[in-house]
Design a protein around this ligand. Structure first.
Ligand code: NAD
Length: 459
């Protein structure tokens, strides 16, 4: 069911229920090299994955039955169909989403993605994961997510700007600096955040514009962004891996790793882990995979990927297909691309000690079970990739206070928060004798349960 719980705004928001079959193009197109490379899976309901994870933790901690009812549902679901006059003069219709899962702990917070697979089910799941993530990190935000369903690689920069601005206008006051704050996600970046800020600011009175720059985080520095936000998610992934290695008595300088996804999260994780002495031996992105048991230089690979649109045919490594990539012997696997990549099947292919979830929802519940059965450690997404939203929180605070923090200050604060969150999850897993994902959920749900008990349910 598609619902808008908030009143329609003065803008052109409308409800548009769509069936899942309506939404998803079957597979990558013939012009997309990934069509040959990745047998794309049938799209499973992502929100069902959230429900399985949520139920498991709610049962373990005996979550209050009323709070359970509230948290099992999203709060607001906004669907907008909006026209864009493209640079060729023709009008094209787009469908955009913003799902606000919960705001009991603070304003809604979560990324915006541009991808052909974006649909209500996916955005619902991603919004719920944001609620849990902010609660695990102990930052005063709720959870939301949004996106527009299209493939940005088929559009010029000028048209991307038009689509972005028109989407923000269509969302109207469903986003706002103290209400719901978007950030970058798949196929969106600092430039897109700057367009969002500029469009939003244009809809408020002139004297309020400077007071509203925290409507979005992940902005360019000059537009009010924070230093360290660009690398924050990868940096956070690396901090959690460092803690795991220390706990296990491993020296990262003797360890190998591979990343799936070589965008913001994957590339930063690869660069930062390599700087600590770990060896990158395989990378897969949407164009294909490369391997080199002697090690890949992530900076060189990134330069190549920027020129060639991906890692495919990188000359300093050998080609690997999807199965070979998953079967690469490594100590650490960092999925940093899309959801549902570690399944019952692919989890059996892995030869790794640790899966560190840079992406949101990369492991489905069946994949989780196989990892547990095989004794492969897992740092769950709602802990592992929380560095991004933690530094988004720092950016939001700096904007509100008209401050500018130096990189060492941002990094030190991120390290402290992530270390506390990591230790809480690890200790909870030991205390309850449960897997780390369930432990992280228990921590998040307990915070939410407390706030509902303190505030009560109106009226
Ligand atoms: P991005 O757009 O910068 O990069 C995505 C990468 O994934 C690209 O290299 C792309 O080629 C690759 N990819 C896409 N489909 C693939 C497939 N089927 N197989 C292999 N590779 C594929 O996106 P990002 O911001 O790095 O986000 C990646 C993941 O991390 C997403 O799950 C996102 O929600 C999550 N995440 C991002 C942030 C952030 O700050 N950007 C924060 C937390 C979590």
């Amino acid at each position: 069911m598609t619902t808008i719980v908030r009143e329609p705004t003065r803008y052109d928001m409308e409800v548009n229920p769509r069936s899942p079959s309506d939404v998803r193009p079957d597979a990558a197109s013939a012009s997309d090299p990934s069509a040959a490379h990745h047998p794309r899976q049938d799209k499973k309901s992502l929100y069902e994955n959230v429900v399985v994870q949520f139920d498991r933790a709610a049962d373990v901690m005996r979550l209050d039955a009323d709070v359970r009812k509230i948290l099992a549902r999203t709060k607001n679901e906004i669907v907008v169909n909006f026209p864009v006059k493209m640079s060729n003069g023709r009008v094209q219709m787009f469908t955009g989403y913003r799902v606000q899962h919960n705001d009991a702990l603070g304003p809604f917070k979560g990324g915006l993605r541009f991808h052909p697979d974006v649909d209500l089910d996916e955005v619902r799941a991603l919004a719920a994961w944001m609620t849990w993530k902010c609660a695990v990190a102990g930052i005063p935000f709720g959870g939301a997510k949004g996106g527009v369903q299209f493939d940005p690689s088929n559009y010029s920069g000028a048209d991307l700007e038009r689509i972005t601005r028109r989407f923000v206008y269509a969302l109207g006051d469903n986003i706002g600096p103290e209400y719901d704050i978007p950030a970058p996600d798949v196929n969106t970046n600092a430039q897109i955040m700057a367009w969002i800020l500029d469009t939003y600011a244009s809809t408020v009175p002139p004297h309020d514009r400077q007071r509203n720059i925290h409507v979005v985080t992940g902005k360019p520095i000059e537009a009010g962004g924070s230093v360290g936000r660009d690398k924050a998610t990868g940096q956070g992934v690396v901090y959690t891996i460092q803690h795991w290695a220390a706990d296990r008595g491993f020296d990262l300088r003797n360890m190998t790793f591979m990343v799936q996804g070589f965008g913001n999260v994957g590339a930063w994780t690869a660069r930062l882990l390599t700087r600590l002495g770990a060896k990158l031996v395989a990378v897969e992105d949407v164009t294909g995979a490369v391997r080199n048991p002697s090690g890949l230089d992530p900076d060189d690979l990134l330069r190549y990927a920027r020129v060639h649109g991906g890692v495919f045919r990188y000359p300093k490594g050998e080609f690997a297909d999807h199965i070979m990539f998953f079967q690469t012997p490594v100590d650490i696997f960092v999925p940093a691309a899309m959801e549902n990549q570690v399944t019952a099947e692919t989890a059996r292919w892995l030869h790794a000690r640790l899966v560190a979830e840079g992406a949101n929802g990369p492991t489905d519940p069946e994949g989780d079970a196989v990892l547990r059965e095989r004794g492969i450690d897992l740092i769950p997404d709602i802990l592992c990739n929380s560095g991004g939203v933690i530094v988004s929180y720092f950016e939001w605070l700096q904007n509100k206070r008209s401050e500018f923090w130096e990189l060492d200050e941002v990094d030190a604060k991120l390290y402290k928060r992530l270390t506390q969150a990591y230790q809480r999850v690890r200790d909870k897993a030991i205390e309850l004798d449960v897997d780390w994902r369930t432990a992280a959920y228990v921590i998040a749900l307990a915070r939410l349960e407390t706030v509902y008990k303190e505030r009560g349910i109106f009226p």
